[in-house]
Design a protein around this ligand. Structure first.
Ligand code: CP
Length: 329
């Protein structure tokens, strides 16, 4: 079975017999109507800058556990806030002091939390297949949310990117979206690209040096480009990605920092090739001066902090949605 087959199987596993979202493992297999529905729901949790955050009690009595077996700032903090703002008890397991360090298997960790009546487990792991493996093995009263899976999938990031684009642009069908950087090792690129294609994006360009280009199975329908100026021409949306050095064993063929910024870094000067009203995105964490110029990241075309705010709203929408499929107890 190849990676695409796995994604399709995960896509089926995450829906219950009524077609409702029970786990969130991948954006693959979620149709346009469901994506729109989730974005509309997330929009309800977006409030004007400076207002108090939206709060509901829809998860009161439920327990959410954050299990991050890889580092995170944005995703972990936003799932924590999202759960609390919906009234849930939230457990942030400190993996470094957990019994996994004593050799406990991931499933034994999961079963331990399940026995403590955790309802929703939010999982980030460096190995592919872990969220689906857990979803296959938990009881029917537990939901699993993928918070970042190896270089394969980061579905809530894909959703928050779609929401941010929708808030700034009229129609996905009219858009040229350029994703620039380490496409090959980026789970964000894959989930955001899947979401954009489901939404019917006009043109999707994946721009990188050849050593960081995607495998063709992940890039169906997208243009693979190795020249930044060609890729940015008349783009409406430009998303920069960092080089995922932690996933690259051999750095042969990967340009050094100065060469990388000169050829693939997004800067104010470079953005003159894109449309005048183009927006600049980055999922974070950013490496300023490598994949993006600091002044561009902080400038008027940047929607990067909006992406972060939208991350909380999207995760509230997902927590609320899967909790509706939980068996009452
Ligand atoms: N975008 C993203 O996943 O950021 P974190 O690694 O900080 O969660």
């Amino acid at each position: 079975m190849n990676a695409t087959d796995n994604l399709e199987e995960d896509g089926r596993l995450q829906l219950n017999e009524k077609g409702e979202l029970r786990h969130l493992l991948t954006l693959k297999g979620l149709d346009k109507a469901m994506l729109i529905d989730l974005l509309d729901e997330a929009e309800q949790y977006c409030v004007p800058h400076g207002s108090l955050p939206a709060r509901r009690q829809s998860l009161a009595g439920r327990t959410v556990a954050n299990l991050f077996f890889e580092p995170s700032t944005r995703t972990r903090a936003s799932f924590d806030l999202a759960g609390k703002r919906l009234g849930a008890d939230v457990l942030n397991l400190d993996v470094n002091t957990s019994s996994r360090k004593k050799g406990e298997s991931i499933l034994d960790t999961i079963y331990t939390l399940q026995a403590m009546q955790v309802d929703i487990m939010v999982v980030r792991d460096a190995s592919s297949g872990v969220p689906a493996y857990i979803a296959r093995n938990v009881g029917d009263h537990v939901c699993i949310l993928n918070a970042g899976e190896a270089d394969v999938s980061h579905p809530t990031q894909g959703l928050l990117d779609l929401l941010t684009i929708r808030q700034h642009k009229d129609s996905f069908a009219d858009l040229v979206v350029a994703i620039v950087g380490d496409i090959r090792h980026s789970r964000v690129a894959k989930s955001t690209a899947q979401g954009l294609q489901t939404m019917g994006v006009g043109e999707l360009r994946l721009i990188s040096p050849p050593a960081l280009a995607p495998n063709p199975e992940f890039a169906a329908g997208a243009k693979i480009i190795d020249n930044l100026d060609d890729g940015l021409k008349d783009a409406d949306v430009v998303m920069a990605l960092r080089i995922q050095r932690e996933r690259i064993g051999n750095l042969d063929g990967i340009p050094g920092i100065d060469e990388y910024f000169a050829n693939f870094g997004i800067s104010q000067e470079r953005m003159k090739i894109a449309k005048p009203d183009a927006i600049v995105m980055h999922p974070g964490p950013m490496n300023r001066g490598i994949e993006i110029e600091g002044s561009l990241a902080d400038g008027p075309s940047s929607v990067i902090t909006r992406q972060v705010s939208n991350g909380v709203a999207v995760r509230m929408a997902i927590l609320d949605r899967v909790s509706r499929t939980l068996v009452a107890r």
